[in-house]
Design a protein around this ligand. Structure first.
Ligand SMILES: [Zn+2]
Length: 332
């Protein structure tokens, strides 16, 4: 939202060094001139608009504190003003959800962005910039074991802390805080203990309310969104809540069937391989996958691969030869 600068002196037609008395006189004269009751038709709407601007200008210039603040912001108010985003991204200005427009009496966005808090009746002149902090998104890297066990994990995040010099106001007296340059915050790092909810999986998002960007001028902080990213595991592939592990069988195991040891998240288990198992076939180990959100678990799949043994003994080689001859004589 673009907010245009309002030249209150120009609106009232007074010089920038006008006295309070001159300002009052100029206001009275203009307010009389543009009183909507004195106009009709199109002129009336124009008069209403003019009077609004005149009232706004007078609202600021009649009050020495507001006037000082306005003067100090100057035409460069948007580049340097404390209302500017502390995260320096393209978010230009004021978020209207932090203010009740009904309380503003039709003031311009410019006025609201500088004096919005006051128009709402806040006691401190420096809560005027109240705007909520930004939502922050980052990855939460978890090993499969961390995700399986749940519990909590400590993470370090770069963040911002309230500027201790100006207590987050961005101003000292009538000038910008020199320590934080008017942003009200300084770069910082924070450690968070993140509870890993049961049932999250790769791609899940964990929302931590109020752990995002700092609000300015008393605005509420944003939220932190953590996207779960699983680190690669040497034994398991993860598909949602299901796990997949490969086992390698020798030809005779696949042909005759066998019992083999298979790793699971609960430790090793013995799995019966049925006779005539094919390369690439899958066995399902029920409820050996990752925890589901409410109750129960996903499954683990065992993918069969067949490989030929190396370093055959003479006896084994002789048996393979015999096997070959048997198949050849059968096919004759
Ligand atoms: Zn500061």
């Amino acid at each position: 939202m673009a907010v245009s600068y309002q030249d209150y002196y120009e609106i009232l037609g007074v010089p920038r060094d006008a006295s309070a008395k001159d300002i009052k006189a100029a206001y009275r004269q203009l307010a009389r001139k543009w009183h909507p009751d004195l106009h009709t038709g199109k002129k009336k709407a124009e008069a209403e608009e003019k009077l609004k601007r005149i009232n706004e200008a007078y609202e600021v210039l009649k009050d020495s504190e507001k006037r000082a603040k306005y003067d100090q912001l100057g035409k460069n108010w948007q580049q340097t003003g404390p209302g500017f985003s502390s995260y320096g991204d393209g978010v230009q200005f004021y978020q209207s959800d932090s203010i009740n427009p009904e309380d503003l009496g039709g003031f311009s966005d410019f006025f609201n962005s500088i004096f919005g808090g006051q128009a709402r009746g806040h006691s401190s002149p420096f809560t005027d910039y109240a705007r909520p902090g930004q939502d922050v998104e980052t990855n939460l890297e978890l090993s499969l074991e961390e995700l399986f066990r749940g519990g909590s994990k400590s993470i370090r995040l770069s963040s911002r802390q309230i500027c201790p010099e100006c207590q987050g106001q961005g101003t000292q007296g009538h000038s910008f805080c020199s320590r934080c340059g008017g942003t009200g915050s300084l770069p910082d790092e924070k450690t968070l203990d993140v509870k890993i909810p049961v049932g999250v999986h790769e791609g899940s998002t964990i929302r931590l309310k109020g752990q995002g960007g700092l609000g300015l001028g008393g605005g509420r902080p944003g939220d932190l969104y953590l996207k779960v990213v699983l680190l690669p595991h040497p034994k398991f592939k993860v598909k949602g809540h299901d796990l997949e592990a490969k086992i390698t069988l020798r030809p005779e195991q696949a042909v005759l069937g066998d019992k083999v040891i298979v790793p699971t998240m609960d430790g090793s288990v013995t799995v019966t391989i049925p006779p005539d198992s094919r390369h690439g076939s899958r066995l399902r180990l029920k409820d050996k996958g990752l925890p589901l959100k409410k109750s129960g678990r996903g499954h683990q799949y065992v993918v069969i691969e067949i490989d030929i043994p190396r370093d055959l003994t003479e006896e084994e080689t002789a048996l393979y030869r015999k096997l070959k001859e048997a198949r050849e004589s059968r096919d004759k």
